[in-house]
Design a protein around this ligand. Structure first.
Ligand code: AGP
Length: 624
């Protein structure tokens, strides 16, 4: 939520900052702003510009009225929390003198008390944001310290950060201390990019990947002082921090559209590769599983007596699928919980509980809070994550990275499929370690996992009927999605995609539940999308689903049926039939989700909506 960029070097900071913001716009896009240390006396040495709307609005203004040259700057793209998305509430926020500029991601929970204090002391606050208090608190340290002692920007940020409650990434410049940008981080992401004679700060590496792949993730409660030739990281208390630099293993091409009309379309197309990459290195020569990087000992895994999965949105749906695989393969009881609900119900956890936190960004605040709660209760936490070095894996006992590459489209697609693959790997590994599956049984499933990329490829090659179907659904008011067993989370995911991208009312139901109420919704011509379980799997599941299709059809529904090639029992019940390659029951979501992603994408495009940046959303939800 909110994208942040900072730069000090020899280039024009405006160019670097705008380019970085363009790459981070997926994090929030209701307003944008920049601050440049320009030494321009007309503007207290600081030039700022901010505008409601997408980054293009700000860029247009800056193109018409170019700011003075500057090699030190910061920029922000916002997802509003406190205060409407208008020009006034856009970041940066300034102090009373106009010399200090602050941008922020997160929520400062004690801002109203601080605001009242500041107003009492004569400060004039002009926005409705929580952020603005930081600029004025810095002013009190830097401008009106009273002691007469000069305080540097990093020290002033440390002092102010210690007074703040909540989650925040702050990035600050001071016109009187040019050539330095200072950032602070608590429970919200901030990464340093190390260049030669230049350094970068950003919410994530995509902002500076075109310039450098050398990165340092800031730790919890740390402050960074960024200069052209030096990066100094300390804790909020001023003590030196231990810093680990790493090399990002993908390049700028991965964060670009590569000729596709939308990032989402590119990311859907990348799924076979993403699934294959997530399997690479995890299968040994004898077909067994190796998850050395997971950092949980086999002894610990043998002790686990309960698994709890926490996640949000699409990642939660991956968790629901995991439950079926985990319980079936390992016989360990498994619960799945929406992360934002988890800690409030006082879950029963102990050292034998394995909590699996699934998050593509690794920064989702609801999931992070669930992780912290689980660790406080002495549970062991395994993160499944797509973002190297992000907060959730760092705060977990162990991590299994998915290798989907950067996902820019706000709707999760390739990261979902790789999360599902990762949970299969965890479940199988547990089964292998605990002996609930024989080695040859594990190998059989692994062999099936290995052919999933081909199957996804095949689905992608046969999507024309889905595109046609989407065109026919442009005016539908409601679309229902039905599934059974692992098809139920797939139905939920299909409905979520349609809501967030095409802004259509959509619901996912377990097909058997329909007759307990929701079937009353069915009216003549209502589209109902049904994922049919494999007839080669548990036959009873398949047959029950056939009856459920007949039930909705009898009430006038237009049935859109996703079924395995060769399943002839569905032909007479389907108004539209979409075929998927035969896949074992538990692994089927990896193929059956793909047509639903394509359907949502096509419908959103047909309805004229912004697919990559749907309204009201942001890619990483870093507030609770
Ligand atoms: C899905 O399309 C959404 N963008 C959203 O539900 C997302 O999956 C959720 O916010 C969780 O994000 P995470 O995986 O980064 O934790």
């Amino acid at each position: 939520m909110c994208g942040i960029v900072g730069y000090v070097g020899d280039r024009q900071a405006l160019d670097v900052v705008l380019e970085g913001l363009a790459r981070l716009e997926y994090r929030g896009y209701d307003s944008a702003g920049i601050a440049l240390v320009t030494g321009d006396p007309r503007a207290t040495g600081l030039t700022t510009e901010k505008r409601a709307g997408k980054l293009a609005v700000l860029a247009g203004v800056l193109a018409e009225q170019a700011p003075p040259p500057s090699t030190t700057g910061i920029g922000h793209t916002r997802w509003a929390t406190h205060g409407a998305p208008n020009d006034r509430n856009a970041h940066p926020h300034l102090d009373c003198t106009g010399r200090i500029a602050v941008i922020h991601n997160g929520i400062i929970e004690n801002f109203s008390g601080l605001r009242a204090e500041l107003q009492e002391r004569g400060h004039v606050l002009v926005s409705e944001t929580d952020t603005e208090v930081v600029a004025h608190l810095l002013e009190e340290v830097l401008v009106a310290d009273g002691t007469g002692t000069w305080v540097d920007l990093a020290e002033s940020v440390r002092r102010v950060a210690r007074r703040l409650k909540g989650a925040f990434t702050l990035v600050v410049v001071d016109a009187d201390q040019p050539d330095v940008v200072v950032g602070a981080r608590r429970s919200s992401p901030l990464v340093v990019g190390r260049g030669d004679g230049e350094n970068f700060l950003a919410s994530d590496v995509t902002a500076f990947i075109a310039h450098t792949r050398r990165a340092i993730e800031l730790g919890q409660d740390q402050v960074v002082e960024l200069r052209r030739d030096r990066v100094q990281i300390t804790s909020f208390d001023g003590s030196a921090a231990v810093v680990t630099e790493y090399e990002v293993d993908w390049d700028v091409a991965a964060a670009e559209k590569a000729g596709y009309e939308h990032f989402m379309l590119k990311e859907i197309a990348e799924q076979p590769r993403a699934v294959a990459d997530t399997l690479i290195g995890r299968i040994d020569a004898r077909g067994g599983l190796v998850l050395d990087e997971m950092r949980l000992s086999d002894a610990d895994l043998r002790e686990v007596d309960k698994i709890l999965i926490v996640a949000c949105g699409t990642a939660y749906h991956a968790g629901l699928i995991a439950k079926y695989a985990i319980e079936h393969w390992t016989r360990i009881p498994c619960e799945v919980e929406i992360a934002s609900e988890f800690r409030y119900r006082d879950p029963i956890l102990d050292r034998q509980t394995l909590v699996i936190a699934i998050s593509q960004s690794g920064e989702t605040m609801d999931t992070l809070m669930a992780v912290r709660h689980a660790r406080e209760q002495h549970a062991q936490v395994l993160a499944i994550c797509n973002t190297n070095g992000s907060t959730i894996p760092r705060e977990s006992d162990a991590v299994l990275y998915t290798h989907a590459g950067p996902e820019i489209g706000v709707a999760a697609t390739k990261t979902f499929l790789t999360q599902v693959v990762a949970v299969y790997l965890v479940a199988l590994y547990l089964a292998q370690v605990r002996g609930t599956k024989y080695a040859d049984e594990v190998r059989e499933v692994i062999a099936e996992l290995a052919v999933l990329p081909e199957k996804v490829e095949k689905v992608l090659e046969t999507m024309e009927p889905v595109r046609e179907l989407a065109r026919s659904l442009v005016d539908a008011r409601t679309v229902l999605f039905l599934g059974r067993h692992v098809g139920y989370p797939v139905a939920l995911e299909g409905a979520l995609k349609l809501k967030e991208l095409a802004y259509m009312h959509a619901e996912g139901f377990p097909a058997g539940e329909l007759k307990h109420g929701p079937i009353a919704l069915i009216e003549e011509g209502m589209p109902v999308v049904v994922t049919v379980p494999s007839p080669r799997g548990r036959g009873v599941l398949h047959d029950k689903m056939i009856s459920n299709i007949a039930e909705v059809r009898a009430r006038g529904a237009r049935t859109i049926v996703l079924a395995e090639e060769g399943d002839e029992s569905v032909v007479d019940l389907a108004d539209v039939l979409v075929r998927v390659p035969p896949t074992p029951t538990l692994l089927a979501p990896v193929v059956t989700t793909v047509p639903l992603q394509v359907l949502a994408y096509e419908l959103a495009v047909a309805r004229g909506f912004d697919v990559d940046q749907p309204r009201n959303l942001a890619k990483s939800v870093t507030v609770e």
